[in-house]
Design a protein around this ligand. Sequence first.
Ligand code: ATP
Ligand code: MG
Length: 461
Amino acid sequence: MTQSSPSLRRRLLLFVALPLCAVLVCGAALTYGLALFYANRVYDRWLLDSAHALGQLVNSDAGRNELSDQARILLQYDPYDRVVFAVRSARYGLLAGDRALPQPRATRPSSQPLYSNFRADTTSMRMVSVMLANQDDPDDTLVISTAESVNKRHLLARELLGATIPIELILLLVAMLLVWGGVNHGLRVLDPLTREIRQRDAGDLSPLRASDVPREVQPLVATIDALFARMERMLAQQQRFIADAAHQLRTPLAGLRLQAERALADPSPETVREALAHVERLSTGTARAAGQLLALARAQAPDRALGEAAPLDLAELVRDEVAARVPAALAQKADLGYSGPSHGVSVSGNATLLRELLGNLIDNALRYGRRDGVVTVSLQPGEDGQALLAVSDDGEGVPEALRPRLGERFFRVDGNRRDGSGLGLAIVREIAERHDATLDFGSGPEDRGLRVEVRFPAAAA
Ligand SMILES: Nc1ncnc2c1ncn2[C@@H]1O[C@H](COP(=O)(O)OP(=O)(O)OP(=O)(O)O)[C@@H](O)[C@H]1O
Ligand SMILES: [Mg+2]
């Protein structure tokens, strides 16, 4: 594994840690708000108590005159906050205290205190006012206000916050440790699968035993199994190819050795000439077989090796291929012709493979058809975009019972007197399948010879 490959563990942790940190920040804000709320409740109560005490004092005999200095000091003593008060009469105006204190709106005696916030200079202040009846004048109302700055309240909220943050940090750390442990434990469920793959021998491509693999990993296991299955098919194909190649070479090599021994045993010119003629025939056949084997391997090559299928004009391709085979047809006095449009039949595929397919069909028709016979290659575009390619001859054909076997590797009709490796139609079948085309064998014109039909599907737009 490279240094830069992403770590699942780190990713999972990050996914959990970042939201947890955000939660911690929100939690701290919430804690501060809550602490401030309760600090306000407690100190509001105190503020109200001092307003009531001041009211009592003003309405008592002692307070009728001016407030004493002692009472003033007691009222205003506070080491953290600035405390101010005002006693106002609805009828006579300010009786004592600070004129700058804002005046509350209500001026009737009431059991409900009035709380308000205001700013004095740059200081935030909290004020409570109580409305009492003036005992000296039944028609008058006394409004007693006490106010203080809010330093104590914020201090208390900050202290509470300072006490809870370490606790929250410890909880966060514990949560991260639990997540780390959980992730490690969760990832361990992959260990048996890793072990199984590591312990396999190179040739074992059977499906993974993944019954205890978690549901989330099952798609990965299914993909690996599918890859194994494809590799198994490819390996089998390769092994078959090697076996086929060995089989194809063994017989002609034995023949070559026999001819060489024959020529060495009897070096008379006639025997040597005869042996050389055999050698020539055998080596031509072997070269043809090797060529056919390679063509079959090409037809079976993975898509990647062949490149993407591309739209091509089948009519042009067929016309060219037929023209290229005319000299071979003339050599055996056969009449090779093409019937169909000269262009404009679109199929999607690989031109080299399609030439190979057609080449093999024409080669068979010329080889197994009648001498001086007629070989016709026809192409019919269908209405629904399909295309029907057919090659027919007027030779002996293949008995109907044997036609299903055409396309099997090395299948040759008994009594066939022409040379061949028995791979041509296997190549044709392979290429047709690659192009999603269907292959059919029937009789040629007037029920003579063989007609091979390849039906191509409509090319994708
Ligand atoms: N047009 C045809 N008419 C009669 N028999 C045919 C025709 N085409 C194929 N056959 C029969 O089918 C057999 C298989 O053909 P195929 O092309 O696969 O192999 P081949 O021609 O023997 O060898 P090669 O690999 O060289 O083409 C032939 O041997 C032949 O017996
Ligand atoms: Mg052939």
